[in-house]
Ligand binder design. Structure first.
Ligand code: F6P
Length: 343
């Protein structure tokens, strides 16, 4: 069997573990694997490399993706879709494994449903916001990066008696913020799923200072909407090929507001792409490996139009059609538990 693999969308730690597992599982069954470079662009531009079990054996510890990634959307025009289909035909692929988030998997689904291409999806994103899977790999590494950063910021905040505002990624889901907030005993955190109560936040910071805690840690999701801003805070007016804006900058506004309303000196740190970089955690390596093994097995079983998924501790699969287009926001229970610490 000849399998093609690609990684699309924002990169995340654990992608190389999936690639390694797909290649090895396929090789164990006598198959060969082609890696398409830079997401769907590799298929529109016919750009691929052969991947071997020996050549990919030690990539598990590397962050990012050896294949490169992009936010290319072949469905933006008919020629690109034709090019993808032509590449699949001329490289004689029996199956195509797309490793990505909602956009990448959406393309895999459409290629399968509308053009009969044998696609299989593997869910990834640091945002942990994909429905039809309990956890996405990349998330664990990401929250550990945030946790370490906040632990470091705490010591300087304490020395200077400041409030430190930390802006996190995660788009419209508060998983990264909530998990890093709980794991660092942050004084307050703001997630996109909830209307921010800025009065309560400032009041609490003042109360804590009066009670003797002379510094504060506030974690803010990049996707939080503020009443004083029309919509989301974005870096510029550009959108990507899937129509997404570049979020970023809400932390600055929150920091200014805290300083004005409380009189406490406040600084802001935007963690940005640090949260996606570096070596994957053990959890993400294992999850990525398991998903890759099962994706290649699905290909050999001829079960296309599916996405591998984690349910509890089991790897299972779901229809790609059911998996895409539904964002999984932070489950309210996590915030309700977290709120015990900032009411
Ligand atoms: O979806 C993953 C993610 O890291 C988001 O949390 C973030 O908003 C976005 O990607 C950033 O994308 P880019 O790398 O294109 O700036």
């Amino acid at each position: 069997m000849k399998i093609g693999a690609l990684t699309g969308g924002g990169d995340c730690p654990g992608l190389n573990a999936v690639i390694r597992a797909v290649v090895r599982t396929n090789a164990n069954r006598g198959g060969t694997t082609l890696g398409f470079l830079e997401g769907w662009r590799g298929l529109t531009e016919h750009n691929c490399i052969e991947l071997t079990a020996e050549g990919t054996d030690d990539i598990i510890s590397r962050g990012g993706t050896i294949l490169g990634s992009s936010r290319t959307n072949p469905f933006k025009d008919a020629t690109s879709v034709d090019n993808v289909i032509e590449t699949i035909r001329s490289t004689e692929l029996d199956a195509l494994i797309a490793i990505g988030g909602d956009d990448t998997l959406g393309v895999a689904h459409r290629l399968n449903a509308e053009h009969g291409i044998n696609t299989i999806g593997v869910p990834k994103t640091i945002d942990n916001d994909l429905s039809s899977t309990d956890v996405t790999f990349g998330f664990d590494t990401s929250i550990n990066v945030v946790m370490e950063a906040v632990d470091r910021l705490r010591t300087t905040a304490e020395s200077h008696r400041r409030v430190m505002v930390i802006e996190t990624m995660g788009r419209h889901a508060g998983w990264i913020t909530c998990f890093s907030g709980v794991s660092t005993a942050a004084d307050y955190f703001l997630i996109p799923e909830e209307k921010p109560d800025l009065d309560h936040m400032c009041e609490l910071l003042k109360q804590r200072r009066q009670a003797g805690k002379m510094y504060g840690i506030v974690i803010v999701s990049e996707g939080v909407e503020l009443p004083q801003v029309d919509g989301f805070v974005t870096q510029d007016t550009e959108v990507d090929e899937f129509g997404h804006v570049k979020l970023g900058g809400v932390g600055e506004i929150i920091a200014e507001l805290i300083e004005q309303r409380t009189g406490i000196e406040t600084r802001v740190v935007t963690l940005g792409h640090l949260q996606r970089g570096g070596a994957p955690s053990a959890y993400d390596r294992v999850l990525g490996t398991r998903l890759g093994v099962h994706a290649a097995r699905l290909a050999h079983e001829g079960r296309f139009g599916q996405m591998v998924s984690l349910r509890g501790t089991q790897i299972t699969s779901v229809e790609l059609s059911d998996a895409v287009g539904q964002m999984r926001t932070l489950e309210p229970e996590f915030m309700s538990e977290a709120r015990e610490f900032f009411t």
